[in-house]
Design a protein around this ligand. Sequence first.
Ligand code: HEM
Length: 170
Amino acid sequence: MAGPLPLHEGISILEPLLGTWTGEGSGEYPTIPTFRFSETVTFGHVGKPFLAYHQATRELDETGEPGRPLHAESGYWRTPELGLAEIVLAHPTGITEVLEGFAAPNSAGETDTLIIDVRSSVIGRTTSAKEVQRTERTFEVTGDTLRYTMRMAAVGQPFQHHLAATLHRA
Ligand code: HEM
């Protein structure tokens, strides 16, 4: 039996993302009540130059018990050139995001951190989807901790914070 497939060398910078991550986050927007959520993310690969990504969240109430499913999304992450990151995402809400930006290791200080910072170049929406104009996401992986934030301009509101979460490698 062959061992696990080696990660394609074209995406080696993304290696710190591989695996399953779980944790919690919170979200807000001027049009909705503030909320908390639990989240599970997986990054896998098949030896080709992309990572497959899946995310699912559930509501967290005051007791910390996971409740009804909230947002979920899946897609693919690529680094077509050194330093560049491209992400395509599909949402169950009729929205797709094409995000582009950079992926850069930061070795200043004691710990290595991978930073991925992307902004939407295209948002696709079905006829019935909520109006999302623009999104940005920042991911930071340090060891077994993944932190991210997400900002958006949507439903007539100016560009601003929607989500922040901290996940740990399962
Ligand atoms: C961790 C991921 C996310 C969670 C947990 C989350 C959660 C929520 C919740 C609870 C609401 C309130 C309405 C509802 O219950 O559906 C909401 C609204 C909304 N979210 Fe998110 N969301 C996430 C990611 C996203 C992303 C990636 C986008 C855009 C690409 C987005 C766009 C929106 C929009 C447009 C609204 C509607 C606001 C309104 O109608 O006033 N969300 N989100």
